[in-house]
Ligand binder design. Structure first.
Ligand code: ADP
Ligand code: ZN
Length: 294
């Protein structure tokens, strides 16, 4: 009897890690959730989980920023994250030290989610997918023809500027840029502005008009630079049901009919894979990493 190939997937989030082992058809055989504390602890639990299996390859989708440049001496590191214990952490190096020379795919959490939504989620059948998360931070991942977009580094779409409403004097919440898009619309930014957690704000609060305006401008900018076939909006802030339609309206307004797009209800959608997008993307990458060396 031939032994089934197993793949290892890791969704490394700032709050929690999901580790999974899946078979060749990406059916998950076992999965564990580990709190993100300090590397020694979190990675120790990760090792204990994967030590139970003989996986062929790993796919890792990680919070960042991370170094994805193969020519860089710090390739595979989490770099300048505000999560101090993880700053300059050699994630891929540690995996190699523990699990040997197995192929390891390494990318950002939003890139993993983008690939998963593009392959089997809300952007299935589209030639390209921009995945944005609006959660603790704001970030974007882009995939096209089944490939993740990596260049000199990975994009940092959450830190672009948009035009702030003249009536809006909020200074923003990004420690680097103040009122970049993350500084204006992330969950912590909404809480800093109102003093109330986003989930507890009424759906007709004026903050949602600002959030929709700024997200609309940002998505218009990404549309003009990347021309994706579909945009998928994930993250905790998008749990506000009234927000999606407001954002669609603002994207149309910002683009002012300059480019031809699918109907907004097709163009901008919520994720289909929900909480599974990250781990699914990681497993897809693990499978691909093995194929690439064969
Ligand atoms: P992470 O970014 O850590 O992966 P999430 O995507 O769940 O996690 O985002 C968490 C953020 O989303 C928090 O700042 C939280 O306040 C915010 N959030 C969660 N639920 C809602 C909601 N229903 N409405 C608005 N904001 C929310
Ligand atoms: Zn910023």
């Amino acid at each position: 009897m031939t032994r089934d190939l197993l793949y290892g997937g890791i969704e490394a989030g700032g709050t929690k890690f999901i580790c999974a082992v899946a078979d060749e058809d990406l059916n998950i055989i076992d999965q564990v959730r580990i709190d993100t504390t300090v590397p020694e602890e979190t990675m120790g639990e990760l090792k204990a989980f994967f030590d139970k299996y003989e996986v062929e390859s790993f796919g890792i989708s990680s919070f960042g920023p991370i170094d994805i440049n193969h020519d860089s001496p710090t390739y595979g590191y989490i770099t300048s994250t505000p999560k101090l214990p993880w700053q300059n952490y050699d994630f891929v190096g540690q995996m190699k030290a523990w699990f040997g020379d197995k192929p390891i795919a390494w990318t950002t959490d939003v890139n993993g989610a983008s690939l998963a939504e593009n392959t089997m989620g809300a952007a299935k059948g589209a030639n390209s997918c921009l995945y944005l998360t609006i959660g603790t931070g704001v970030g974007g991942g882009f995939s096209m023809n089944g490939e993740i977009y990596h260049a000199y580094a990975h994009p940092e779409m959450g830190h672009i500027k948009v035009a702030q409403d003249p009536h809006d004097h909020f200074e923003g919440a990004c420690p680097f840029h103040g009122n970049c898009i993350e500084g204006l619309v992330s969950g912590p930014a909404i809480e800093k502005r109102t003093g109330i957690k986003g989930a507890d704000l009424p759906s007709d609060h004026e903050v949602w008009d600002y959030v929709a305006d700024y997200l609309g401008q940002a998505i218009a900018n990404y549309t003009l630079t990347l021309a994706p076939e579909r945009v998928v909006l994930g993250g905790g802030v998008m749990h506000q049901d009234q927000l999606l339609d407001k954002v669609r309206t603002q994207v149309e307004k910002a683009l002012a009919n300059y480019v031809e797009l699918p109907a907004m209800t097709d163009y901008i959608q919520l994720p289909k894979l929900g909480d599974n997008a990250g781990i699914t993307g990681s497993l897809l990458l693990a499978k691909r990493a093995l194929k690439d060396v064969k």
